[in-house]
Design a protein around this ligand. Structure first.
Ligand code: ADP
Ligand code: MG
Length: 263
């Protein structure tokens, strides 16, 4: 469904993505796993056409995103839903208006139709009955579920999630990840989940892609990743500070960094 080819994204000297090749398959939950700064958010922004590569390309079906007219890109983006890291609900709108927002902005549907659509999505995420609450009255897990309902409101082909469990307690995190998995399967949606949460990832993924410094270092089904003997993979999965993945990313030796400090 979506494929990257030799994807490079640089920010000045920082190479956030380094010739990254990945494939997102239809009707699957693909989890992009990696530590902080490994390039996950950058990759998600490329896949969802929010940002453009420095080199290489992103293919959506048989279309190269970089070659598309802005009209076609706009149409394609209509097939994508996005759940941002901090839910990004609009604080001045209640739950109903947040979920209905994309339809209010981009469709001419009657309000009665919009109401039905909002009800259906809120039901799917277990938030029906909370329409009148304001974002400030929601727990982190509830806000995530509302953001998920909003991302699905126009029945997208693919939904992207950036760190859907970060900041949530284990029970809320479990509810959110289970919802992502179940809704993907029940509605034949495609989900791309970016996370550093190994436990959640291995539980819900059909396909796992492990990123390290912008490169794919392991890829496959969850159990294959869990059993990998690649020391970098083992270190990440077990969450150990010592191993081939440096705990500190400074390129200069520690004593040089210290000597450079001016008081
Ligand atoms: N807009 C930006 N400007 C400069 N550097 C950036 C920008 N976005 C990301 N980076 C850098 O690219 C690398 C990857 O970042 P990111 O994709 O946010 O990682 P992750 O989501 O895995 O934590 C980091 O070193 C980060 O500092
Ligand atoms: Mg990130």
């Amino acid at each position: 469904m979506i494929r990257t080819e030799g994807l490079v994204r640089q920010f000045g000297d920082v190479v956030a993505l380094d010739h990254t090749n990945i494939e997102i398959k239809k009707d699957q939950v693909t989890v992009i796993l990696g530590g902080s700064g490994s390039g996950k958010t950058t990759l998600l922004r490329m896949l969802s056409a929010l940002d453009a590569p420095t080199h290489g390309s992103v293919w959506f079906g048989d279309e190269d995103l970089a070659q598309l007219s802005s009209k076609r890109l706009y149409e394609l983006r209509g097939k994508m839903g996005m759940v941002f890291q901090y839910s990004a609900l609009l604080n001045s709108l209640n739950v109903y208006d947040n979920v209905a927002f994309p339809l209010h902005e981009h469709s001419d549907l009657d309000e009665s139709v919009i109401q039905t659509m909002v009800q259906m999505k809120l039901e799917q995420v277990g938030m029906r009955g909370f329409e009148q609450l304001m974002p400030s009255e929601l727990s982190g897990g509830m806000a995530k579920r509302v953001a998920f309902a909003r991302a699905m409101i126009a029945d997208p082909d693919v939904v992207f999630f950036d760190e859907p469990t970060s900041g949530l307690d284990p029970i809320s995190a479990g509810i959110v990840t289970t919802l992502i998995h179940d809704i993907t399967k029940k509605t034949h949606m495609t989900s791309v989940v970016v996370t550093h949460d190994v436990h959640a990832a291995l539980e819900i993924a059909d396909h796992v892609i492990l990123l390290w410094q912008g490169k794919v270092i392991a890829e496959g089904q969850a159990d294959a990743i869990a059993q990998s003997e690649d020391p970098r993979v083992v270190q990440f999965i077990q969450g150990r500070p010592d191993g081939p993945i440096p705990f500190s990313r400074s390129k200069t030796p520690y004593h040089e960094d210290l000597l450079r400090v001016r008081l």
